[in-house]
Design a binder for this molecule. Structure first.
Ligand code: NAD
Length: 456
């Protein structure tokens, strides 16, 4: 592994084999009866012990992930270390309170664990993406085989140490690191795996879904995005634009749900450009371990080159470059940095309006009517997140209802850990977070009962 700020070698993990996948999936299958012996409360208590273990090592996790991914250290502590604790505790609580059996007329509706779940995860929020799968899967009574991203696998190994002490049956949690093309594909095709829970790019997700479908495994897919933040005429422009820029640039733009398109009234475009440029230019690029840094490098040389290629395509296609460019930032002769970049007057057909860039690049798109704003926002193969800004929250809500996307934020409202998160269209299938994410790991069974049994 390479530290993206220093470009120096930083750590290593084993490259698993298909034999490792076979052993891990068999161990997971062997743990299912033991997991079934545990009550929901006991599984919830085990999850709380896992949350405690992650919390105890939060500082260490934050520093490690900052060096793998480039997330500035304060944000890393919040997003990369503490957020997984919050998610795990919520699932612990949910497991203890969830009604597995429900009655419906003469039926008993039972929820069984799906079985062995292969969790395949990306690098941008490594432990957070992992716990969004591992916590609900274990709570449901499933056994897990985790394959983390090769770019940021170290927090998964810390998690394995934590889980070992949490009192779950042997085989309930297994970790196989290695490339997607070997370990990931072996998991997606394994006869011992009942479900694949995948987060990553839409391209890889389509391949995983096709492989899983061969044996009719269950699958959930959390994929890419190209989300739009729609500013209505009456919105507080400073607040709407600055918030949208910050959202777009979080984790150096490497966030699936980032609002990477800012859809604004044409007559306000000049003002919007000025606010966006001023906000972008305030970012301090540098070493993620320096508390003064507000934007780190991109995760890899490859990612940096891809993002610079998108910036070049924006220039070639005639978008107006408001701030930033393809050149390396001043004073940073090492590290995979890209300048915070804003394009304006971006038309819907341009590559930078359509493709997920996964870097700090914002596209401002003008509109003349609200109907056109909605059309522009929905003109995407993706549908993961979005925002609407207006002085009248009811008006914003009415526009939000028309967006074809899994989440919408009105006037910068708070993220809700219990609300469903996931994609319309090619942003995915299924949901994570809250009860919606939990139920992905349960099969439904209806047991029809004779009246006598019901009375008994
Ligand atoms: P990626 O698709 O390259 O890799 C994701 C995971 O899949 C990795 O563990 C990788 O090794 C594995 N993989 C790759 N090819 C595979 C194959 N053929 N078979 C099985 N496994 C395979 O994605 P990435 O670069 O790690 O992450 C960035 C992408 O993830 C972006 O598109 C981003 O939008 C998306 N993402 C989505 C969400 C969400 O919740 N919707 C969250 C985070 C990231």
């Amino acid at each position: 592994m390479i530290n993206p700020s220093t470009e120096k070698h930083f750590g290593w993990v084993p490259s698993g084999t298909t034999d490792d996948v076979d052993a891990a999936t068999r161990a997971a299958a062997g743990a299912l009866p033991w997991l079934a012996e545990m009550s929901m409360k006991e599984r919830g208590d085990a999850l709380d012990r896992i949350a405690d273990g992650i919390e105890e090592r939060a500082d260490e996790i934050a520093v490690i992930v900052s060096q793998e991914v480039g997330t500035p250290i304060e944000r890393s502590l919040e997003w990369q270390a503490k957020q997984p604790v919050t998610v795990t505790r919520l699932y612990a609580q949910m497991a203890r309170g969830y009604a597995v059996d429900r009655s419906l007329d003469n039926s008993l509706i039972v929820r069984d664990p799906v079985g062995v779940v292969a969790c395949i995860t990306p690098w941008n929020f490594p432990l957070h993406q992992i716990m969004l799968k591992v916590a609900p899967a274990l709570a449901a009574g499933c056994a897990v085989v985790l394959k983390p991203s090769g770019l940021a696998p170290l927090s998964a190994f810390i998690l394995a140490e934590v889980i070992e002490k949490a009192g779950l049956p042997p085989g309930a949690f297994n970790l196989v690191s290695g490339p997607g093309a070997s370990v990931g594909e072996a998991l997606a095709t394994s006869p011992h795996v009942d479900m694949v829970s995948f987060t990553g790019s839409t391209a890889a997700g389509k391949g995983v879904a096709a492989m899983a479908a061969e044996s009719m495994k269950r699958f959930t897919l959390e994929l890419g995005g190209k989300s739009a933040s729609v500013v209505l005429e009456d919105a507080n422009l400073d607040e709407a634009v600055a918030n949208s820029v910050h959202n777009c640039y979080a984790n150096a733009g490497q966030t699936c749900a980032a609002w990477t398109r800012l859809v604004v009234p044409r007559r306000l475009m000049t003002q919007v450009e000025a606010i966006a440029a001023a906000t972008a230019e305030e970012y301090v690029l540098g070493d993620p371990l320096d508390p003064a840094t507000t934007m780190g490098p991109l995760v890899s040389a490859n990612q940096r080159d891809t993002v610079r290629g998108f910036i070049a395509s924006g220039v070639d296609e005639g978008a107006r470059l408001v701030t930033g460019d393809m050149e390396p930032p001043d004073r940073l002769d090492r590290g995979f940095f890209v300048k915070p970049t804003v394009f304006s007057n971006v038309s819907p057909s341009m590559v930078i309006a359509q493709q997920e860039i996964f870097g700090p690049v914002l596209a401002i798109q003008p509109y003349d009517t609200v109907d056109e704003a909605v059309r522009i926002a929905n003109d995407s193969v993706y549908g993961l997140s979005g925002a609407v800004w207006s002085a009248d929250p009811k008006r914003a809500l009415a526009v939000g209802r028309r967006l074809q996307t899994g989440q919408v934020f009105v006037n910068g409202a708070a993220f809700n850990y219990r609300a469903p998160f996931g994609g319309y269209k090619q942003s995915g299938i299924g949901r994570e977070f809250g009860e919606f994410g939990f139920e992905e790991y349960l099969e439904l069974k209806a047991i029809q009962l004779p009246k006598a049994a019901l009375v008994g």
